[in-house]
Design a protein around this ligand. Structure first.
Ligand code: C2E
Ligand code: MG
Ligand code: MG
Length: 467
């Protein structure tokens, strides 16, 4: 960690970074737009989590331009900006990595300068860089304490770095969202009248009437044993001419036109009937929990919990056998109502799963306050986790946070044995993905449920059937 460097050496190192390096750094910072935007709640959650974890007196998350460090979130002492000169940020930049000072009095440079905070008499601090995707240091997450502290354990330092990485990934997501919006606008402008738009509302209506929707199911496995622990129901449209149409080709239209409500009702009811059928096929053992995806409009509908309760009663399915998956964005329009609806679903006893975790606007913020039982790590994180230390660190942190909050974790989209092995090492308990099984028909699931112990074949075993 290079704690032995003196401030003079640090100054020298900053000098060595050179104006070109600094220009590139500022360019990367500008691309995020972070200095021009109002505070974001997700950053507040990162600082308050850091405060909680490190029992800190003040936590600052700031991004530095040429002369100032702009604090985008603080916990404890209110700070909006600090001079960059001689700041903790400069030291992180010079070290090109985290800095831990367990006791300022033992550090000659800091002892004379004190920390540039008004009321806080900090005696120790630890700071981790927030980097752009190409590795430039844009800012720092720093925890201050009024007590000297013992040197940080490796796991603690990892936690600090992970929280800084989550701040970095939020910056990346902001950029992605901006690019996506631009792309959408361009596409809308390009859409010429006369080009075929498919499906239309009437196509979906007809599909419902003609019973062309089907549910496929993908096993969710316990990673240590490969036992089928649950199933995710995924809708498909069995179209007479177009074949099996994936949900992303029609769910958005169903959402826009409101037809998602009858389609969603059908899906829920179909899943409950299927649970009953599997139970009848194997009365000795409980059927695994089936999780159904709910879209924003279904979630926002008045009386959702009553509807689910009536359905469970009608089909004779126990609430423990049903799970509901929601993405964070479907909860956002009205967080208070979301809290109420989730509360009433939870009282029924159905499991609540937060889907695609990590891709939303303020994932941590919601995770902290909403009563979810399970967190599903979005596939994009699993795909990237073998690409380097930073993505791996993000997954590690999510697993750790879920553990601290007493939630189960499911990793989505496991495709390779390497990802499987890494997730097991990280202590991620459940997963789903093509490595174990693609989504398959209810009949194929019946066969899988008859496997001894409901344990899926080892994907490392050359005898295992490919899927
Ligand atoms: P989701 O809920 O996140 O579902 C996971 C998606 O990832 C599924 O795509 C699944 O087939 C896919 N997947 C699973 N493992 C792997 C893997 O290892 N590699 C890759 N490349 N993909 C994998 P699918 O079935 O196309 O569903 C897409 C989305 O459509 C779902 O995302 C969900 O948001 C939505 N959806 C599906 N069924 C329903 C439904 O009944 N109602 C509503 N409202 N939405 C649904
Ligand atoms: Mg899902
Ligand atoms: Mg998902």
């Amino acid at each position: 960690m290079g704690l032995e460097k003196t401030m003079a050496q640090v100054q020298l190192a900053i000098g060595n970074t050179g104006p070109q390096e600094e220009a590139a750094r500022l360019e990367a910072l500008t691309a995020t737009g972070i200095l021009d935007t109002p505070p974001e709640t997700c950053f507040d959650t990162i600082t308050s989590m850091a405060a909680e974890y490190f029992k800190a007196d003040t936590v600052l998350l700031g991004f530095a331009d040429e002369s100032r460090v702009w604090i985008k979130s603080y916990w404890g002492e209110p700070v909006r900006e600090l001079p960059r000169k001689n700041s903790v940020f400069e030291r992180v930049l010079a070290e090109d990595g985290p800095v831990v000072v367990p006791n300022i009095n033992d550090d000659p440079e800091w002892r004379v300068r004190r920390l540039p905070l008004r009321r806080l008499d900090a005696l120790s601090f630890a700071s981790a860089p927030v980097r752009s995707s190409d590795g430039r240091i844009l800012g720092a997450l720093t925890v201050f304490s009024c007590q000297p502290r013992r040197p940080m354990a490796v796991t603690e330092l990892r936690m600090l770095e992970s929280l800084a990485d989550i701040a970095a990934s939020q910056l990346e997501l902001r950029k992605l969202r901006k690019a996506l919006n631009r792309h959408r606008q361009r596409q809308e402008r390009r859409a010429q009248p006369g080009t075929e738009i498919w499906p239309r509302k009437t196509d979906l209506h007809r599909a419902l009437e003609k019973r062309q929707f089907v549910l496929y199911y993908q096993p969710e496995v316990e990673l240590a044993t490969r036992r089928i622990a649950g199933l995710e129901a995924l809708i498909r449209w069995q179209h007479p001419d177009r074949g099996l149409v994936p949900p992303m080709d029609f769910i958005p239209v169903a959402e826009e036109t409101g037809l998602i409500l009858p389609i969603g009702d059908w899906g829920l009811s179909e899943a409950c009937h299927q649970i009953r059928q599997w139970r009848a096929e194997d009365p000795e053992r409980a059927a695994p929990r089936v999780c159904v995806n709910l879209s924003a409009r279904q979630f926002a509908r008045e009386g959702l919990a009553d509807h689910v309760e009536a359905l469970l009663r009608r089909t004779g399915v126990s609430s423990q056998q049903l799970g509901l998956e929601m993405t964070e964005s479907s909860l956002i329009p009205d967080p208070d109502t979301a809290m109420e609806v989730l509360g009433s679903l939870r009282r029924l006893g159905v499991s609540l799963l937060m889907d695609d975790f990590g891709t939303g606007y303020s994932s941590l913020n919601h995770l902290h306050s909403l009563p979810f039982d399970v967190l599903k790590i979005d596939r994009s994180f699993i795909t990237r986790m073998t690409e380097g230390e930073q993505p791996l660190q993000i997954v590690r942190t999510i697993v750790e946070l879920a553990r601290v909050m007493g939630m189960d974790v499911v990793a989505e989209g496991i495709e390779t044995r390497e990802q499987y092995a890494l997730l097991r090492q990280l202590g991620c308990r459940f997963g789903q993905g093509y490595l174990f099984s693609r989504p398959v028909s209810a009949t194929t699931i019946s066969t899988m449920l008859r496997l001894p112990g409901r344990i899926l074949p080892d994907p490392a075993d050359p005898q295992a059937p490919a899927n």
